[in-house]
Design a binder for this molecule. Structure first.
Ligand SMILES: [Zn+2]
Length: 553
């Protein structure tokens, strides 16, 4: 009886595949239930000369969701998770649907509130409905205006719909899910960026690789479900090069060569193409295009793992093994997506044990540099050149001792992005071009597109009032949830006003200390000199006395 109950329970908790109609219904219901934060858009609505695509009795529906707590905020970092270019590669559509359910749930992680997350579950709904690769005989992922020898591009409703997302938002980071291989890959993947049969290095290659590594680690492997660890690398090398592929378009159409598209109305695609500079990943989500249902994983495992964010345990085999039974094809890709979304903007997690220790964790960063912590009494100043962020496997958090509930702190730092600048041999020979990398490495970066804005995200200042933290006693970093996140990143001007006086005070304090040390040293020197002189005089007197005595002899 007990085992029957357990089997039933795990069936309820197990992820299942959704049909085309279930995905449509799920998104529409989520919009009704969460209108303030979850809105649907229909990107092909205003396009002319669309193909008629049947999904059963109805025309196929092209839609995506925007999740944002404050959708009117101009500078929310924007991440696009898209799936289903190829209708018979079916993991991604289900991952994106589960992501939509998670984002609108009560238990979602706090950092997600400071992101704009665009979820495009079925780029090619016709393909998903009919379980075929192409959109009525045309491959949507060969239909973009990069390295495209075809006389006409943007022929599919799928490519035209997805391009319209770039007509509205500034996308900084993105994923597209495919299937049939087991890899996370990035630019270049077009035929015109190749040398000796291999992909050349894009100007953002270092950042692409670093983030791919983080996603690979969190996606992990699971021998119980025959899931292997993802390989990472450039698309041409891991998958194959294509003409007119979306991922290179999303990354480079805004600055690299593009084609004209024959008879297609250029007004439709010129503006979105000019706005495409997103770091974009192609995830081939497993060797099978449709993995068995019993390898999808369980919702319970996702919930357990998310309670332990930041996900330090991905580097700890023992802890990972604990979760492995239920860590399936949906879980791993959901977590990889969340890790990319996490990296879109730096944030801080502060935990206080209620007695004296406070632990800081630096989210959205791999490692941290120029960390300065100033206590409100200005007597305690900590400066640390290098510490770790939540994605570093050695991250244990930064411990501040002797904390009382009356303490106030100013904490400033930068995510360490030195490696983002170190391309060995970029093709073409340019600085990093993506919005994401520029917003981290360029202090004065600012880009506007209609009402939206990207600017530097790497000058970070937080103010923490310890008395406002939840005083829950924390036993261990792994087993407890974060108690508070402060995301009040201030503008540079504000930082100058707030930080500079403290630094001036420090300088004044240093001068007083130096003066005091100088006075004490002078005093000691005077005494020593006096003693030395009187001893010398004494010796001279003694010498004279001896000489006189000797003369007497
Ligand atoms: Zn595919």
């Amino acid at each position: 009886m007990n085992s029957l109950f357990l089997t039933l329970f795990s069936l309820i908790q197990a992820y299942q595949y959704y049909s085309y109609q279930e995905i449509v219904d799920t998104f529409k219901k989520l919009e009704i239930d969460h209108t303030d934060v979850f809105r649907l858009y229909y990107p092909t609505k205003d396009l002319d000369n669309l193909r008629y695509l049947d999904c059963g009795d109805e025309e196929c529906q092209f839609f995506y969701a925007e999740f944002a707590q404050n959708p009117n905020a101009a500078d929310l970092p924007t991440v696009l998770i898209a799936a289903g270019f190829h209708g018979d590669e079916v993991i991604g559509q289900n991952v994106v649907t589960e992501l939509a359910k998670y984002l609108t749930s009560e238990s979602k992680l706090e950092f997600l509130n400071n992101r704009r997350i665009l979820l495009y579950p079925m780029v090619n709904p016709y393909g998903y409905y009919h379980k075929v690769r192409e959109e009525m005989g045309k491959d949507a992922n060969r239909d973009f205006n990069v390295d495209n020898p075809s006389s006409i591009c943007f022929q599919t409703n799928a490519a035209r719909g997805l391009a319209q997302v770039y007509n509205k938002y500034i996308i900084q980071l993105g994923i597209t899910f495919h299937g049939g291989d087991n890899s996370i890959s990035y630019s270049w993947g077009t035929c015109n960026h190749k040398q000796n049969g291999m992909a050349t290095e894009s100007p953002d290659d270092s950042a692409m690789e670093m983030i791919a590594r983080i996603m690979k680690d969190i996606a992990a492997e699971n021998n119980n479900l025959q899931i292997q660890q993802y390989s990472i690398g450039r698309m041409t090398d891991l998958v194959y090069e294509v003409n007119g592929g979306y991922e290179d378009w999303a990354y480079a159409a805004g600055w690299d060569r593009t084609n004209t598209c024959g008879n297609r109305n250029s007004e439709e695609y010129l503006k979105p193409s000019s706005n495409a500079r997103a770091l974009t990943y192609l995830i081939e989500a497993g060797f099978l295009k449709q993995p068995k249902s019993n390898t999808l994983g369980t919702i319970e495992t996702t919930n357990q793992m998310l309670q332990n964010w930041p996900p330090l345990h991905f580097y700890d085999q023992k802890l990972l093994t604990k979760y492995q039974q239920g860590y399936g094809n949906i879980n791993r890709n959901l977590m990889a997506s969340l890790s990319l979304i996490d990296l879109a903007k730096p944030y801080l997690i502060a935990k206080w044990d209620g007695e004296k220790e406070m632990i800081l964790n630096f989210g959205g960063c791999y490692s941290v540099t120029k960390l300065t912590i100033i206590r409100s009494d200005k007597k305690s100043i900590i400066q640390d050149q290098n510490t770790t962020g939540i994605w570093d496997q050695f991250n244990k958090g930064y411990v501040l001792p002797n904390i009382t509930k009356n303490d106030l702190f100013e904490i400033s730092y930068q995510c360490d992005v030195k490696q983002f600048k170190t391309q060995r041999n970029p093709d073409p020979k340019l600085q990093p071009q993506s919005y994401f990398v520029q917003s981290r490495i360029n202090d004065t970066y600012e880009y506007r597109f209609d009402q939206y804005l990207v600017q530097n995200t790497n000058k970070i200042l937080y103010r923490i009032n310890v008395s406002e933290l939840n005083h829950t006693k924390i036993n261990s970093l792994f087993e407890t949830q974060q108690v508070s996140i402060y995301v009040t990143t201030q503008s540079e001007d504000h930082q100058d006003q707030q930080i500079s006086p403290n630094q001036n005070n420090n300088k004044k304090e240093h001068i007083w200390w130096l003066l005091a040390i100088f006075i004490v040293l002078s005093f000691v020197l005077t005494i020593l000199l006096y003693k030395y002189c009187s001893k010398k005089q004494e010796e001279e007197v003694m010498e004279m006395y001896t000489i006189q005595n000797e003369a007497k002899l």
